[in-house]
Design a protein around this ligand. Structure first.
Ligand code: SF4
Length: 362
């Protein structure tokens, strides 16, 4: 298959690994920011191909994993209301809240529906004028344009029974939070290619310069990731800290301007809580004032609700590159995909789920 097979070529991977071993003289720790990259790394054993001096740690790039507990609880509270149709992507249904998950609400008779696009939720609102329809908008910059388009469309049609529970987070402020931590050990980043497809990569220039870290925009196939690691290590070995684009077949420096335009129209930048990490300033999207009437938190009176996260789950440390999933005492024993304690064990992009699925070595 074009653009897949040639990026999974075994001999190409071995050549990259050999080239990397040749240029590596010191220990380096590199973080991949995206959960899709984490899964590819673990699935294809890319980390095991690297020289022992190069360590990959897994970043906060799984949107389901970083959605704070209180937002899951808010979703559950809204979904339990009579008359509500609660729409979500399927991967949010099994994320544990404080007491239940959305799947239990559905099993208990709540009208929780899996949709494949936020515009499906708009359609449901159009077809059910007597019901309140809520869409759970979770994600990074990647999904923001489609979610913004759904609100824009609902406003244009005057759909007053549609609202959105927004949990959008942004990658660059999270990278800065990691780099600012006194416990930080990350020396270079593989930036997520799909995020940069939307936003471009100019936002990374000041971060690379301020913290003296190479940032390489990287794709998702094994050879993409190996090349991204190679370019990062090469910069580190040469004492450079620049932004480079490995994923040139998709990403342009300026990103996708029409997509960013609709995002700027509908959303504004606000502080956001990240599950296991805490609040990061200016790290997410909320609805702009003009679209505040579509805010489900306000409409259902749950904006002030807060929740305490379990102390047993160390996903916050994993998402900041401080621990690996198999260092969690609950991994594979008290916490499994069937009985998850944290979101990183549920999500298709979660690091704990990747370790469990491909290695099973508690
Ligand atoms: S293994 Fe389970 S409890 Fe441990 S960090 Fe991962 S999700 Fe949390």
């Amino acid at each position: 298959m074009k653009f897949v097979d040639e990026y999974r070529d075994k001999e190409g991977a071995e050549r990259y690994a050999a080239a990397l071993a040749k240029i590596t003289t010191r220990p380096w720790t590199i973080m991949e920011v995206c959960g899709g990259q984490t899964h590819a790394i673990v699935k294809f054993g890319i980390d095991e191909l690297l020289p022992p001096l190069v360590t990959l740690v897994h970043g906060p790039g799984c949107p389901v994993c970083v959605t704070p507990l209180e937002l899951i609880d808010k979703a559950i509270q809204i979904a339990m209301r009579p008359g509500v149709i609660f729409c979500s992507f399927g991967d949010m249904l099994r994320v544990p809240g404080s007491a239940y998950d959305l799947l239990s609400v559905k099993a208990g008779g709540g009208d929780v529906r899996i949709v494949y696009s936020p515009l499906d939720a708009v359609k449901i609102a159009r077809e059910n004028p007597g019901r309140e329809v809520v869409f759970f908008a979770v994600g990074f910059e990647t999904t923001a344009p489609a979610n913004a388009m759904a609100v824009f469309q609902a406003e244009r049609e005057g759909l007053r029974n549609f609202s959105m529970l927004v949990s959008h987070v942004l990658v660059p402020p999270a990278m800065e939070a990691i780099l600012s931590s006194p416990r930080n050990r990350v020396q270079g980043f593989l930036a997520a290619g799909h995020v940069c497809t939307v936003m471009g990569y100019t936002e990374y220039f000041p971060i690379a310069a301020k913290y003296r870290v190479p940032i390489v925009v990287t794709g998702f196939e094994p050879l993409d990731i190996l090349q991204g690691v190679y370019l990062t290590v090469k910069q580190l070995e040469e004492g450079r800290a620049e932004v480079e684009n490995q994923y040139t077949r998709v990403v342009r420096k300026e990103g996708n301007e029409p997509a960013m335009h609709i995002v700027r129209e509908v959303f504004r930048i606000i502080p956001r809580k990240w599950r296991g990490v805490g609040e990061i300033p200016q790290s997410g999207f909320g609805l702009a004032e003009k679209y505040a009437g579509f805010d489900a938190e306000q409409r259902f009176g749950v904006a002030e609700y807060t929740a305490e996260e379990s102390s047993e789950c160390i996903s916050g440390l994993i998402l900041q590159g401080e621990k690996k999933p198999n260092e969690c005492p609950a991994f594979g024993t008290r916490c499994t995909p069937e009985h998850p304690l944290g979101a990183t064990m549920v999500s298709n992009e979660g690091a704990c789920a990747a370790y469990y699925r491909y290695r099973r070595n508690p």
